[in-house]
Each structure stands twice: as C-alpha cells, then as structure tokens.
Design a protein around this ligand. Structure first.
Ligand code: AKB
Length: 311
C-alpha cells in the first residue's frame, strides 16, 4: 500500500480536534495535515491555513501534498448557518462539490463526508427514523447536507469515487466547546456546570434529541473509513445513533455528580430547529454493513465526561 496523506478540512472544530490524534496514530504524524481558516488553539504537529472557498488554493494543496484521503469537516452548523443562508450554501455545498471534482481529477482515493440529523425535517418520522425517508429539512445546513449526500451517490456511481458518509447526531465531547449548532447545549451544560455551577438552556426542558459521545463518534468514523468497500451499500451517509436525551434528563444525570448545579431556560430560535429533527434513529444499515455498535449510553457518557473534565 502506498503512503497515505490525509487532509482534514475544518480541523479546528469539535470533531476535527478530537479526530487528529486517532488519524496520526494510524497514518503517522507527518502524513496527517490539519487545515482550517483560523489557527488552532492547541499545537498540532502539521497544520496549514486553507480556505476551502478558494478553488485554486484547494487544488494546489491537494496536488502539492499528493493527498490520498480527505476528511471534509469544514461547514457551518444548523444555527450559525441561518445567519447568511447563501454564504452557508457556498461553504457547505459549492465548496464540497468542487472538492469532489478536484478529488476525482487528482487521484484522491477516499473521502469522508460528515452529514447530520439536520437532513431530517418535519415530515421525517421522529421515532426510529429510517435510513431512507422523507427528508425535507428546514435549515440551509440540512438542505446543503442532503444535497451533498445525493452527489456522493452520483460521484460513486458515475466516477467510482470512494466516498463514505455518516449522519452525525448531536456530538458530546469535552475537548472543545462546539459552536453554531442546535445540539450545543449538551456540551455547554458540562462546561458551565464546572465553570459556573449554572446553565441557561436555550431549548425547552423536554426537547428530545439523538446524541453520540465522542469516543463512539471517532470509532464510527474510523471504522467506516476502514471498512471493506464492497460491504458498503450507500455512499450518501449512514444513520448512526447512540442515545437520546432531553435537557432535563441530562441535567438530572449531571446533578448526581454536581449537586449544586442550577438550570434555567431561555428559549430561542433553536427550539424550532430542534423540533424539526427526530428523537431516535434506526441505524441498522450501519450495524449490518460495517458492524457499527455504540459503547456509551447516557449515564456512561455523563460519568466519563465529568471524570475527564474534572481532570
Ligand atoms: C447541529 O446542532 O447543527 C449539529 C448537528 C446535529 O449536525 N450538532
């Protein structure tokens, strides 16, 4: 096997920050190039500034570094994406379509595409959401991701490009605060619990959303990227699911460790987005195709988060 050179776009975000060490372990530190438009907060052994909206810079980067794999994490999330829908479309979709074209013309072997539960909408069944269903998303984030999923399938069928996608639920992690999402409360509450003993939640206490803890996110992402291609029945994006929770259920669980934690609720525009998404997800296709199996339920996640954050 020839040496792999892995490009991560949007590497400073919640998932990129956590994914870099795992990829470095597999491919070697110098073969993993983390990129973003901003400098990283913590030191990364190989980091370069890259604006994915600049087609020429992206092409030159891929050619110069002989990139063989791309983890394309650069995107604006559901809430932030609503501030400027046309810019969000350019970043989340136009830049991605360009990347697919650059990839197929420059011997990129594999692409990882993060999709989202944001592709679901008010017409999607809320319980046990099927892999294929009615997806009419209400945010530009969701529209850009479901459109990109269709192009993934097209590029695989027409050009044989190996694209692997996954619909992330809300991701909970302690490495960094997420930014611009609707599920951010499930991380913010831990940071604010430890730093202030108080959390002001922007969703109603009984809003149920699907979630996944970061160790399971990393395992799922790397397992999918290393699965035997002949076993993968979709290039769009696999449903995956860990557990679901409401802000109140999460608060009650954290109280077991931080009994003084107080919570208040000031509902904002994100409530409407959350209500358009689903509660539980049928991820049987991922389980059948590449043996996906989550390790963490809600109590195990909370216990691990508190331990790691207190350390
Ligand atoms: C968001 O809330 O926008 C993201 C997501 C579920 O994709 N965390």
């Amino acid at each position: 096997m020839k040496d792999q050179v892995v490009l991560i776009t949007g590497a400073n975000g919640q998932i990129g920050t956590a994914l870099i060490p795992g990829l470095q372990k597999i491919y070697g530190e110098t073969n993993v190039i983390a990129t973003d438009i901003r400098n990283p907060k913590a030191e990364v052994s190989r980091f370069e500034t890259l604006n994915i909206l600049n087609d020429k810079a992206l092409t030159d980067f891929i050619v110069k570094n002989k990139v063989t794999q791309v983890y394309h994490l650069a995107a604006l999330l559901s809430s932030k994406g609503e501030e400027d829908p046309h810019f969000t479309w350019s970043l989340n979709f136009n830049a991605y379509l360009k990347l697919l074209e650059i990839a197929r013309n420059n011997a990129v072997e594999k692409i990882f595409f993060p999709s989202t539960i944001g592709v679901y909408g008010p017409t999607t069944p809320k319980i046990n959401t099927p892999q294929n269903s009615s997806f009419i998303p209400s945010t530009v984030y969701g529209i850009s991701k479901i459109t990109a999923e269709l192009w993934n399938e097209y590029y695989r069928n027409r050009y044989g490009l190996d694209i692997r996608g996954m619909r992330y639920p809300g991701v909970i992690s302690h490495e960094t605060r997420p930014h611009g999402g609707t599920t951010d409360f499930a991380v913010e509450i831990f940071f604010d619990a430890i730093e202030k003993g108080f959390y002001n939640c922007y969703l109603k206490s009984d809003t149920r959303l699907p979630m996944l803890y970061m160790p399971d996110v990393l395992k799922a992402t790397l397992d999918l990227m290393h699965a035997d291609a002949s076993r993968l029945s979709t290039s769009m994006a696999y449903n995956i699911f860990g557990f679901s929770l409401t802000p109140n259920e999460l608060y009650q669980e954290i109280l077991k460790y931080i009994p003084k934690l107080q919570i208040d609720y000031t509902i904002d525009h994100r409530q409407k987005i959350a209500e358009s998404w689903t509660e539980t997800i049928d991820d049987s296709l991922a389980r059948n195709d590449w043996a996906w199996q989550p390790k963490y339920d809600m109590p195990a996640m909370v216990s691990d988060m508190i331990t790691k954050m207190k350390n």
